[in-house]
Design a protein. Structure first.
Length: 261
């Protein structure tokens, strides 16, 4: 186990190694103790790591669900090969929060209010704003707390109720897939090409704390980007690193980026 961990660590950034360690523990528990594991909500990069680690063990199933087809944050269920997938195994609840004045509730305001109640981010899935409020996917064990405690978001008084999965709002999100080449996998180089702005401007924004990789603030322009990373730059949008290809004749690196408006 120790040797396997050290080998795996070589392929991941230091901040990702805690996910690798957890995934190794989960895989061992399922493979050797024949238990099942349901994780908290994971972002795309965390899920990629868990899948990579768990699938090294034979005869294990790995499924994920976040309440809707395009869910960014999902819970992962790991089970022995003989277990059959069941939608109820993911422990999800679906809630509609509506402003009394029929006003759209913005993602940062909703998240801030929920975290202010002492709820941990990993217990919350996608927040889906719509014209009269927002919908929320959360861990089912929080349903009672949320129904009782959520009464105000920012300055807006709100009502909250459970809804069915198929009632969830699905805001349309424009996205564009395009191939670019970069001189290196530094985050400033990737964001500059992805958003078509100067590298110096990107570096300035990164140093001022306006950049995130996989939902965590990155303030170093030389941070190395990996396949599966979700990058965001305040005021410009988000990029998903779908794939990293080979090199051009001039030594530049091919990337397939998904840009979200």
């Amino acid at each position: 186990m120790r040797r396997e961990k050290e080998t795996l660590f070589m392929h991941f950034r230091p901040e990702e190694r805690i996910v690798v360690e957890r995934a190794l523990d989960w895989a061992w528990k399922v493979a050797h103790q024949h238990q099942t594991v349901l994780t908290n909500f994971l972002d795309p990069r965390e899920r990629d790591i868990v899948n990579m680690v768990v699938r090294r063990q034979p005869d294990l199933n790995v499924w994920s669900d976040g309440g809707h087809a395009d869910a960014e944050r999902r819970r992962v269920f790991i089970a022995p090969g003989y277990v059959v997938e069941d939608p109820e195994m993911f422990g999800l609840t679906y809630l509609r929060i509506e402003a009394n004045r029929g006003k759209k509730l913005e993602h940062p305001d909703v998240l801030g209010a929920l975290l202010g109640l002492g709820i941990k981010r990993e217990k919350l899935g996608d927040i889906l704003p719509h014209d009269t409020g927002c919908d929320l996917v959360a861990a089912s064990e929080l349903e009672g707390l949320l129904l009782v405690q959520v009464g105000q978001i920012g300055r807006e008084h709100v009502n909250i109720r459970t809804i069915a999965r198929d009632e969830l709002a699905h805001p349309s999100q424009k996205k564009r897939v395009h191939a670019v080449t970069v001189a290196s996998l530094r985050i400033d180089a990737v964001l500059a090409e992805g958003f078509r702005i100067s590298r110096s401007k990107v570096a300035q924004l990164i140093k001022s704390g306006k950049c995130k990789a996989n939902h965590k603030i990155v303030d170093q322009p030389d941070f190395t980007v990996a396949q599966g990373d979700l990058l965001s730059l305040r005021g410009f949008g988000r990029l998903y690193v779908e794939s990293i290809g080979g090199n051009t004749k001039k030594g530049r690196i091919w990337l397939d980026l998904v840009e979200f408006a």
